[in-house]
Structures are given as structure tokens and as C-alpha cells.
Design a protein around this ligand. Sequence first.
Ligand SMILES: NC(=O)c1ccc[n+]([C@@H]2O[C@H](COP(=O)([O-])OP(=O)(O)OC[C@H]3O[C@@H](n4cnc5c(N)ncnc54)[C@H](OP(=O)(O)O)[C@@H]3O)[C@@H](O)[C@H]2O)c1
Length: 329
Amino acid sequence: MHDPASTRYDNPALYRACGRSGLKLPRISLGLWHNFGDTDDPANRRALILRAFDLGITHFDLANNYGPPPGSAERNFGHVLHTDLAAHRDELIISSKAGYLMWDGPYGEWGSRKNLLASLDQSLKRLQLDYVDIFYSHRPDPATPLEETMGALAHAVRAGKALYVGLSNYNPEQTTRAAQILRELGTPCLIHQPKYHMFERTPEQGLLTVLAKEGIGCIPFCPLAQGLLTNRYLAGIPADSRAAHDPRFLKPEHITEAKVAQIRQLNALAQARSQSLAQMALAWVLRQPAVTTALIGASRVSQIEDNLGALKNLKFTTEELSAIDRILG
Ligand SMILES: NC(=O)c1ccc[n+]([C@@H]2O[C@H](COP(=O)([O-])OP(=O)(O)OC[C@H]3O[C@@H](n4cnc5c(N)ncnc54)[C@H](OP(=O)(O)O)[C@@H]3O)[C@@H](O)[C@H]2O)c1
């Protein structure tokens, strides 16, 4: 059993209410999409989770399909939870999702009641939990009535298998309709998980406004653009980086000369603010009032430590924001 740091809650400013709910989340949350599968080092997986917890990070984000292989991140997290953190379940916010391909046949993905509720049961088994804190519809399903997908989320809460529900990758119109249905079902939407970082600003075109209006919290995923918005790729592609050793989503061909030139300019701006580029990129998403927490990934403990340092300076001058806009074009 892990003996957690007694200092882990020493910084109350680390927590912020998620939308118009009573649930506080840490301003930096840890996602287990990469680096927690069966192909990753078990000692490092455990170290990342426990260091995050010791630093006050109470929120861990998973999905049915995280791995590889799919499902293994939940199983591996469940193992650490039970061997090291079993006494601390009530200090943790653990989320999972369903919607992307998980098993063969017509029920293994998307947004039917059948998929969502079967997937949630599978996730709970892998995590060795009775309930998750947040259960998400991972993506909108154009072929399933929104009422059915939202009904499945609300059912998960009524059945005691989730405490709150969330949406991921829904556009502003879908979010507005889904929030209305969930409200009518008595299960308000807690949180929305969109992709949002300096190179992907779509949420600024309506979604953040909808979330603020609806009182839904926002947890942007990939705030560091999978590592692009860090010092990782300033001078080539290191062998131990995601782009080199796990290029399922971040491919070496995405790291163009033009992109690296932008990253170098952003890095100079971060240095002028006495921040690492990762810290500035996190502060940049957290500057939005609608954003509750930034959902980072990490391959090593030192990255989590560095990223929490972002909270020391979340303010931007108008000149700094304009300079960032100019660099991003
Ligand atoms: N809802 C969805 O559809 C969806 C989709 C994708 C992700 N997500 C969620 O978002 C989470 C985060 O995604 P992500 O891992 O792509 O996030 P990210 O924070 O954008 O990128 C994480 C990567 O950046 C690098 N890094 C992190 N901190 C660093 C630092 N201080 N200095 C240098 N490099 C640093 C590491 O790369 P190296 O590995 O190269 O060291 C790390 O693996 C996922 O785990 C998942 O929970 C959700």
C-alpha cells in the first residue's frame, strides 16, 4: 500500500468547481491514453499515478479502449488502485468513456444504449470498481437518437455505476441538445472533453460559450498537442518520444519544419515569461474561464512536476496573447 504525501492537499488553489456543480477538480488532470498499456513499463506506470496523487492530482481519465491493447490501461490502473490506493478511493475522481471501437459486431462502438451500458460494465470489471465518478459518451453517434445515448448515461447514474456524466467531441449544437435532454432526465451534464490547444482552437468558435452558458465544466484533452507544445521536438525527434516510439496518432510527418519554427518561437515567448513551453501551453488553455482543468498525458514523472508549475503563472498580457496569435498565424 502506498503511503501518500501528507502535503498533497496543501494547495487549495489547485482545485476548482467543475461548471455549476459541487465537484472540484484539480486544474491539471492526468490521462492514461498513452504510457499505461501492457507494452509500457509497469514500474513507470505506477510511479506516474502515485506521483500525480502525491502532488494533489485527484483526477485520472480513462476510456474503455486505452492501451494498447484496448482495455489494458483500465486494467493496469485498477491494479495500482487496488494495490496502492485502495484506502483512498474517496479521494479520487476516475472517469471512463465508451463510443470508439471496442469489440467486434454491431454493439462494440458508437452511442447505442447497448454499447454504452455493456462497455461500462466491462470497464468496471477491468478497473475493479463498483462505480466510476464520470462516465462519458466518447463521441456523438449520427445514427443513434441523442435521447437514447443520453438515456444510457442517465441510466448509468441511476444504476449507481457512475456519479456524473460527460460528453466528448460533441459540437456546440449537439452539446446544447444533449445538455437539455440530460437536464430533463435529472442527470445534468457535468463536463465536456474537447480537443483544445494552441494548434487546435475550434472550441473557441462556440463550444466554450455554450459550456459557460450551460454551466458545464471543460476539460481540454491534448493541451500539449501530444508533446508538440513542449521542449520535446525543438531539435529533432528524440528516440524516447511519442512520435518515435508510439506514432499511432502523433506521426513524425506531423513534425514539419514550419511547425518546429512555430514551436521555437513559442518556446522563446515562454522563456520570456520564465516558464517552460509546456507550462505556457497549459496556462494558455487554463486562461479560458470555461476551462476547469487541463487533461495532460505524461511519459515520466518529471513532466507531471513541470506541468504543475504552470499554475504559478496563469496570467497573460494582451501583448503576449497577440504575440501567440501572430506566431500561430
Ligand atoms: N476524449 C478524447 O477523444 C481524447 C482523445 C485523446 C486524448 N484524450 C485524453 O487526453 C489525455 C492527454 O492526451 P495526451 O497524452 O495527448 O496529452 P498532452 O498533454 O497533449 O501530451 C502528452 C505528452 O506530451 C509530452 N509531455 C508532457 N508534459 C511534458 C513536459 N512537461 N515536457 C516535455 N514533454 C512533455 C509527453 O510526450 P512523450 O511521451 O514524448 O514524453 C506526453 O506523453 C489522454 O490521456 C486522454 O485521457 C481524450
